[in-house]
Design a protein around this ligand. Structure first.
Ligand code: ADP
Length: 493
């Protein structure tokens, strides 16, 4: 048996999953690592923890699969996006901790970009909204604040990488200095139209070009790991940012294909083919994973509070003991009886972009019960997802006919069924829910020749359950109209 090893380096844990030639999980292991919060709103990772946890789980995954390292045909990497590392090329040592995507330390720098109007240039070139999430301001912060960094950078000694680049560099013993289009597209330095690092943006952020890695397609033979790591050289045949890897894991390779990941927050990505769609609704335009120098474009939108609303029901409202219990409670009542929960705890994202909005519960009567509130909270997640889907449909001029799902909360059958009702289309939940790792494995396996193409994989695809709408157009319109009123209530300040 031959295997593909997927390394899924996430924000809170590193995972290694071994997939067999049928795309089944043969063995997996994961390890959480330390989150560092030096100040309110700041988040860092120790680069040693990222590398150590990622390498540490490989052996365990092999043992669980009963596989030998020589049976591994190729390695694919998926990673938390935007998180920024800077190291000295001479020593290979990072000069600062990894600044994590969630870190808000450069929020003021981004406000200044908006005031100066530079955000418009950034959007036109990168498809991104000028925000502290993306790598550019984080690199600038390191160069401006770490002692000696600026002079090392000017001398051409520093290297910047997102987590994929750092792993490639370390796993190859310093021989590979590269990234892929999906990760490059999240740096705010990469022009998604010319598909090159952008000199205007580099000078805007005062970042020398010598710091930047080479950019390749996601499916590409990047080189091999150093034998010192695993006792054997392995070919690294794919790299992709986690959300794009998940999109590929769902085989959303055609225009109009769309997926949503229901985690703490929700991440929706739609493949828009060869067209970089300009959003009028505050969505991001970016690049999909592929094998060529002209990857497909995507539209991306996120819901800040997704599964986190269920955690709120459990931890703050104490209406449920476990996240899974929400499903049983929600189905005890035939409807939410006019109650809406808008979980805008930290404001509303696309298509509203209202940072001042706050959560709201509306439509309560004397008869409102725990079950109604729980049900309305799950529905609130689905409505937010529907708002983004509809923004994507309007921006791209595409009507979707199915949504593919993954992530922790996609296990909730009530939520998936209501999502289908409110979208008026099918919701497809795959049998292999490790979609991010699966996408990295697919990309690596096709690049290495284990599989011929996405069509071959599509023929073997297994959908665990398909949810179809059980309500008609009129009922849907009525529910959506109630949701819009509830959102208005959440925006009154
Ligand atoms: P992340 O990758 O963001 O950590 P996961 O994909 O692991 O998230 O999903 C965890 C989230 O899913 C949590 O917010 C949790 O509340 C929610 N969740 C897990 N199981 C269920 C369930 N059965 N019903 C509803 N929500 C759930």
């Amino acid at each position: 048996m031959k295997y593909i090893l997927a390394l899924d380096q996430g924000t809170t844990s590193s995972r290694a999953i071994l997939f067999d030639s049928f795309g089944n999980v043969a063995g997996k292991a994961y390890q959480e690592f330390r989150q560092i919060y030096p100040r309110a709103g700041w988040v860092e990772h120790d680069p040693k923890d990222i590398l150590g946890s990622q390498v540490g789980v490989i052996a365990e995954a092999l043992v669980r699969a009963g596989a030998d390292i020589k049976d591994v045909e190729a390695v694919g990497i998926s990673n938390q996006r935007e998180t920024t590392l800077v190291w000295d090329a001479l020593t290979g040592q990072p000069i600062y901790n990894a600044i994590v995507w969630q870190c808000r330390r450069t929020a003021e720098m981004c406000d200044a970009l908006k005031e100066s109007g530079a955000d418009k240039i950034i959007y036109a070139k990168t498809g991104l909204i000028a925000d502290a999430y993306f790598s550019a301001t984080k690199i600038k912060w390191i160069l401006d604040n770490v002692q000696g960094a600026r002079s090392l950078a000017n001398a051409g000694r520093l290297r910047f990488g997102t987590v994929d680049t750092y792993l490639l560099y370390k796993l190859s013993g310093g021989r590979i200095f590269a990234t892929d289009y999906t990760n490059a597209a999240r740096t705010m330095l990469f022009n998604i139209h010319t598909r090159e690092w952008d000199d205007d943006l580099l000078s805007l952020f005062d970042i020398p070009r010598s710091m930047l890695p080479e950019v390749y397609p996601s499916g590409y033979v990047y080189g091999s790991t150093d034998a010192a790591f695993l006792g054997r050289k392995l070919n690294i045949c794919a790299v992709a940012g986690d959300q794009q890897a998940a999109l590929y894991g769902h085989l959303c390779t055609h225009k109009g294909d769309i997926k949503n990941t229901y985690g703490t927050g929700c991440f929706l990505l739609m493949n828009t083919g060869g067209e970089a769609v300009q959003s009028r609704n505050g969505l991001i335009t970016s690049l999909a994973a592929g094998y060529t120098r002209s990857p497909d474009y995507i539209l991306e939108g996120s819901v800040f509070v997704g599964g986190a609303a269920v955690q709120w029901l459990r931890d703050e409202m104490r209406l449920i003991d476990t996240a899974a219990e929400s499903e049983a409670l929600a189905t005890k009542v035939p409807s939410s009886d006019g109650v809406y929960v808008v979980p805008a705890f930290t404001g509303l994202g696309a298509p509203y972009w209202d940072a001042r909005a706050r959560g709201a519960i509306v439509g309560i009567t004397r008869g409102t019960s725990r079950e109604h509130i729980v049900r309305a909270t799950l529905e609130g997640i689905a409505y937010q997802v529907a708002d983004i889907v509809s923004a994507m449909e309007r921006d791209a001029g595409i009507k979707i006919n199915q949504l593919r799902v993954d992530g922790g909360a996609s296990a909730n059958n009530f939520l998936m069924s209501f999502q289908s009702d409110i979208l008026g289309c099918s919701v497809l939940r795959p049998a292999v829910v490790e979609t991010t790792a699966l996408g990295a494995a697919y990309l690596a396996g096709i690049t290495s020749g284990m599989w011929s193409d996405a069509e071959e994989l599509r023929n073997n695809e297994r959908i665990e359950r398909t949810f179809t709408p059980s309500i008609g157009k009129e009922k849907r319109a009525k529910l959506l109209s109630g949701w819009r009123s509830a959102v208005s209530a959440a925006r009154i300040r």
